[in-house]
Every structure is written in structure tokens, then in C-alpha cells.
Design a protein around this ligand. Structure first.
Ligand SMILES: Nc1ncnc2c1ncn2[C@@H]1O[C@H](COP(=O)(O)OP(=O)(O)OP(=O)(O)O)[C@@H](O)[C@H]1O
Ligand SMILES: [Mg+2]
Length: 599
């Protein structure tokens, strides 16, 4: 129950609306309660009329008209309450979704490394749908029912304490039997949800990479995989529902026995003259009114349990530790570095890092990159080059040693500020659906048209962009699927140019392109690197030979650092690469491939 209360705490702003809904509930209950009394009065009139003790047609017609008025009032109030309930539910949904998204945006990279996108979405959908649906139903249906129950009990007690006591006994019995089912029900519900999440996660991944799925003719396998999870949910639901309904039979069985006793008391008391016929009719109506909530309670318990499980999943995410302060103002603009030209602006000192529980990827790494310098990183695949870029972006904290950027420890630099000053062009250009213009201006949404076109020109993208139907307004599809690899790269370079960060990391930016596309991207990159400090994770000897210094990595440690000339005959990795260049032998080519060097 606690997660539900927390959800209500989140939605404090909605309390006035909730109070209005409750007021509607009270009025609905009141109008509903008037009916048995009017029917009782009518019954008494009718009995009097039949037995010749007075009671006339006009009086009965007036009572019927009163019933009509009460019914109309009930209809109007119920609908007004229903409208308020709908609005409250959608506002609650909006608040919960916004908070969830904000929370996700603040979670560290580590969280996203181990969760599938679809799973995150599926969890959000479910927990919010269940919770808002429940609260809406609770306000609209259950509360009026509960209020009429209390009133009905009070009125019944007025006529007969025994009847009221018997009715009262129903509720603890019912709640106790429900509590017995709850634990197992929720365990099964959680198991089911986890299947939905896994299936949803895979679903989104498959749709997002449908080309790969098609190329491997993996559709049947993916479908089987998906169906398998849903089959499991069917089995789990069968078990859950069988259990639930068995318990419900027991619950309702107990209930039926109690109602048997209640009706027996009412009928025998009427025959013995303790109640008039009118009172009997009134009591039967009130008992039925009190019976409704008990039956409705099965449904309520069912949906409240779902909602509690949903809330729990919601707070599982909401309780994750965040990496940054609340998402607020726009991204800060890059700042002019304080480090003088030629002094270290990026300084790794005995840095140590490992992902999660895994072994250390980087061990005692020390090097610096001076302001204005171009440094290339070379090492076998998986040695930790991209990891260095991630650390520089503050995506993960170091596990040992220090990393200073522009003279400050990264741990002391607010993440938005750090990231504003580091531009990265990733190998996968990672564009967004939307227009070319939006993508180039992603880091600076306030950029003018001239600035966007200028960035595109310098990235050698302008030519192809204006040739596209729609030009800068052309929609590029999910992750830029409508553009070629080289076009995407050039848009990514334009995006980085517009961001204008003083430190630049190029991670394998040209490795996937053919030589003409690469030349165009390379020209764009040259433009990007001008007057900047650049860390290049290089895959071409031509790029490597033109940098100021080379850092070679081996087994998570620094192997050598030096200028291309120094390393050319030092006997290290770079010397080996140069020697292998143009190698015709199979072994030589294979060795080059380990460094993913493209000659
Ligand atoms: N998010 C992650 N979670 C766990 N392990 C990771 C993660 N990213 C990378 N690794 C591991 O860290 C090591 C270094 O990876 P990294 O991506 O830095 O290599 P790289 O040098 O860039 O390789 P490549 O040249 O192939 O791009 C690899 O062994 C990899 O398996
Ligand atoms: Mg890499």
C-alpha cells in the first residue's frame, strides 16, 4: 500500500480536484440513498391504498415524480464526477510520466547499459496506466459505493442492530480472505510483468534494427522468441486467475451464508410484525446496497493489487541514484579554456576504470593532451579507446586515479558544464528523427539559419542537403535512416561544429566510409579540428601520421607516447603498424585487422 500513498504524495497538486470528486461521490451516494426511502414511502402508501387505510393515486404519483428528480440529479452528478475523474487521471498520468522521463534523463549511463529501451517504455506504460486507472476508478466508483455503504449500515442499525452487526462482520472476513491471496497474486503479477518487459524490450530493439533482422532472415526466430514470452504470461495468468477465482468462491461462499442469515432475519421479523412491509422493502434495498461494495471489492482488490505492483515498478526507477541535478535550464555554452596554449588541458593521472562488476578495462593510465594539440589513440579493438572518450564526457566515474580537464578534477566539474566543453563525433552518428535543421542544431536549438547553413557548409554537407527534397527541412527518419553513412557522418560533424566545444573527440569517425565519402568527411573534420584540442581514435595510418602525438594502448595500459617520428622506429605498436603497411602477406593483413587499421 505504501507505494500507492507515495504516488498520491507525488500528485499533491491534484488534491483539490480529488476533493471535488469525493464531494460528487457524497452527493451521488445521498441521491442513491434517497431512493429506498421514497420506495418505502410508496410501498406504505400502496399497502394503505390496497387495505383501504387511505393512500391515494396523487400521493403515489408525487413519489414517482420525486424518484425521477432524484434519478436525474444522480445522473448529472455522476457524470460531472466522471468528467472530473477523467481529467484528474490524465493530469496524474502527465505528472507521473513527466517525472519518470525527467528521472530517466538524469540517470547515469550505467543504468542504460543494462536496460533495454523497450523495457523502460513498457514499464512506464504499465505502471502509469494501472495506477491512474485505479485512482480514477476508486474516485468515481468505489468511493460513492463506500459512502452509501456507511450510510446504509447506519440506517439498518437504526432498525436492527443484529442486522447491522452481521453485515459489518462481512467486511473484515472479506478483507482477511483477500489478504491471504494478495502475496501469491502479486508474485505472479510481477513474474508476468517481467515477461512483458522482456518481450517489449526485444520488440522495440527488433523494430529499430529491422534491416539486420531481415538480412539474417531472423523474423521467425524473433517471432518465436516474442511468442514464447507471451505464452509464459498466459500460463502465469492461468495459474494466477485459477487461484484468484478459487479464493473468490471461498470469499463469496462465506458472504452468501451471511446474507442468507440477514434475509432470514428480515423476512421472519416482518411476518412476526416487528417490521412493516415498507420497512422490509427499505431494508432489502439497503442490504442490497451494502452488498454491492462487497462484490465490487473483488474487482477493486484486483485492480488495486495491479496498481500497487505498478507503483512499485515506478518507484524502482524513481529510487535509482541520479548522476546530475534536476533537469532545468538550457545546456550551458562552451567556455574559453583557462589553460594556456601548449599546456595540458586533458590530464589522465594513474586512471583506473572498470565497467560494473567486470575486470578493470583501464589500469594506471597516465597521459596528457595539451591545448591545441592533436593526439591519436591506437590500440587493439576492445583495449579501451572509446572508454577514454566516455570518461572524458563524465559518463562514468573513475574507479581510481584522477582526470583533470582544463585544470579541474572532473569530479568537481558540474556534468552539463563538462559536457558542454567536450564535443564528440561518434562512429555511429546517432541522429534523431526530425529534420536536418533540427539535427544540426541539436546542441544549440537557438542557432540562426545562417549559423546552421555555415556549419553544414564547413562539414561539406550543404551540397547534399540542398539537393534533398525539402532541403534543411527534409525529414531523415528514425536515427537518420534515410541518409547514407557518409551523409549522416557529415551531419554529425556539422552538429559538433555548431556546438563549438574547445575539446573534441573523434571516435572512429571515418572508419565505416569509402575513400570518397571519407575524404569529404575528413575535410569537414579538418575544419572541425582547427584551433581545437583533438583526441582522435584513429583507424587510418594517414590520419595517425599527421597528428602531434600518438598514444598507444596495450592490455588496458599505456604502451608508448610520442610523436609519429619518435614512435616510427621505437619498436612499439606504431612501428609495427608502419612495417605492416602495404603488407601483402595474409599474416600481416590479419595483424593490421586487429588494430582495425585501414592502411
Ligand atoms: N557499457 C559497457 N559495459 C560493460 N563493458 C563494456 C562497456 N563498454 C565497453 N565495455 C568493455 O570495455 C572494454 C573496452 O571497450 P572500448 O569500447 O573502450 O574498446 P575500444 O578500444 O574502443 O575498441 P574498438 O576499437 O573495438 O572500438 C571492452 O572489453 C568492452 O567489452
Ligand atoms: Mg571504440
Amino acid at each position: 500500500m505504501r507505494p500507492m500513498i507515495r504516488i498520491l504524495g507525488v500528485a499533491r497538486d491534484l488534491l483539490p480536484a480529488y476533493a471535488l470528486i469525493v464531494a460528487c461521490g457524497v452527493l451521488t451516494a445521498a441521491t442513491g440513498l434517497a431512493v429506498p426511502f421514497i420506495v418505502k414511502a410508496a410501498t406504505d402508501e400502496v399497502v394503505a391504498g390496497i387495505t383501504g387505510g387511505g393512500g391515494g393515486v396523487p400521493a403515489v404519483l408525487w413519489l414517482a415524480f420525486l424518484l425521477l428528480l432524484v434519478d436525474v440529479a444522480n445522473t448529472l452528478i455522476t457524470n460531472w464526477g466522471g468528467y472530473l475523474g477523467d481529467v484528474m487521471a490524465i493530469r496524474l498520468r502527465a505528472t507521473l510520466s513527466r517525472n519518470y522521463f525527467e528521472k530517466l534523463l538524469r540517470l547515469p549511463q550505467r543504468y542504460f547499459d543494462s536496460e533495454l529501451t523497450g523495457t523502460i517504455i513498457s514499464r512506464l506504460q504499465r505502471s502509469i496506466t494501472e495506477t491512474t486507472g485505479f485512482l480514477n476508478m476508486f474516485a468515481n466508483n468505489f468511493l460513492p459505493m463506500l459512502l452509501s455503504l456507511v450510510a446504509a449500515l447506519a440506517i439498518i442499525a437504526w432498525y436492527s442492530c443484529w442486522l447491522a452487526l452481521l453485515l459489518l462482520a462481512v467486511y473484515p472476513l472479506f478483507t482477511w480472505l483477500t489478504a491471504l491471496t494478495s502475496k501469491r497474486w502479486q508474485r505472479l503479477e510481477q513474474a508476468k510483468n517481467s515477461e512483458f518487459d522482456i518481450a517489449g524490450g526485444r520488440f522495440a530493439e527488433v523494430v529499430g534494427q529491422i534491416r539486420v533482422v531481415k538480412s539474417f532472415v531472423a523474423e521467425p526466430r524473433e517471432l518465436d522468441h516474442f511468442t514464447g514470452h507471451y505464452d509464459t504470461t498466459v500460463a502465469l495468468t492461468q495459474e494466477q486467475s485459477r487461484f484468484w477465482h478459487r479464493m473468490d468462491v471461498a470469499r463469496r461462499g462465506g458472504l452468501n451464508l451471511i446474507f442468507f442469515a440477514i434475509y432470514a432475519i428480515i423476512f421472519t421479523s416482518t411476518i412476526s410484525g416487528a417490521f412493516t412491509l415498507g420497512v422490509m422493502v427499505l431494508l432489502i434495498q439497503l442490504v442490497n446496497m451494502a452488498r454491492q461494495p462487497v462484490q465490487g471489492m473483488s474487482f477493486l482488490v484486483d485492480s488495486s493489487q495491479r496498481a500497487i505492483t505498478g507503483c512499485r515498478d515506478y518507484f524502482l526507477v524513481m529510487d535509482e541514484p541520479v548522476e546530475s541535478a534536476a533537469v532545468g535550464a538550457d545546456a550551458p555554452r562552451p567556455t574559453q579554456p583557462r589553460t594556456p596554449l601548449g599546456e595540458p588541458i586533458v590530464d589522465f593521472e594513474d586512471a583506473r576504470f572498470g565497467y560494473g562488476e567486470g575486470p578493470d578495462v583501464l589500469r594506471g593510465v597516465s597521459f596528457d593532451v595539451r591545448r591545441g594539440e592533436r593526439v591519436a589513440f591506437v590500440g587493439e579493438s576492445g583495449v579501451g579507446k572509446t572508454t577514454l572518450a566516455s570518461l572524458l564526457l563524465g559518463l562514468y566515474p573513475l574507479t581510481g586515479g584522477r582526470l583533470r580537464v582544463d585544470g579541474r578534477d572532473v569530479a568537481d566539474i558540474p556534468l552539463p558544464e563538462l559536457r558542454a566543453n567536450v564535443g564528440v563525433v561518434f562512429q555511429d552518428p546517432s541522429l534523431f528523427s526530425g529534420t536536418i535543421r533540427e539535427n544540426i542544431a541539436y546542441g544549440r536549438p537557438d542557432a540562426s539559419e545562417d549559423e546552421i547553413v555555415d556549419a553544414a557548409r564547413r562539414a561539406h554537407a550543404h551540397g547534399f542537403v540542398i539537393a534533398l527534397p525539402g532541403g534543411y527541412d527534409a525529414e531523415i527518419g528514425e536515427r537518420g535512416v534515410k541518409l547514407s553513412g557518409g551523409q549522416k557522418q557529415r551531419i554529425a560533424v556539422a552538429r559538433a561544429l555548431l556546438k563549438d566545444a574547445p575539446i573534441l573527440v573523434l571516435d572512429e569517425a571515418t572508419s565505416s566510409l569509402d575513400s570518397k565519402a571519407e575524404r569529404l568527411v575528413q575535410e569537414g573534420l579538418e575544419e572541425l579540428m582547427a584551433d581545437r584540442t583533438t583526441l582522435i581514435i584513429a583507424h587510418r595510418l594517414s590520419t595517425i601520421s599527421s597528428v602531434d602525438r600518438i598514444v598507444t594502448l596495450r592490455d588496458g595500459e599505456i604502451d608508448e607516447i610520442g610523436t609519429p617520428a619518435e614512435l616510427a622506429d621505437s619498436g612499439g605498436i606504431y612501428t609495427e603498424l608502419l612495417a605492416l603497411q602495404g603488407s601483402a602477406t595474409k599474416a600481416g593483413r590479419k595483424r593490421l585487422q586487429r588494430y582495425e587499421i585501414l592502411g
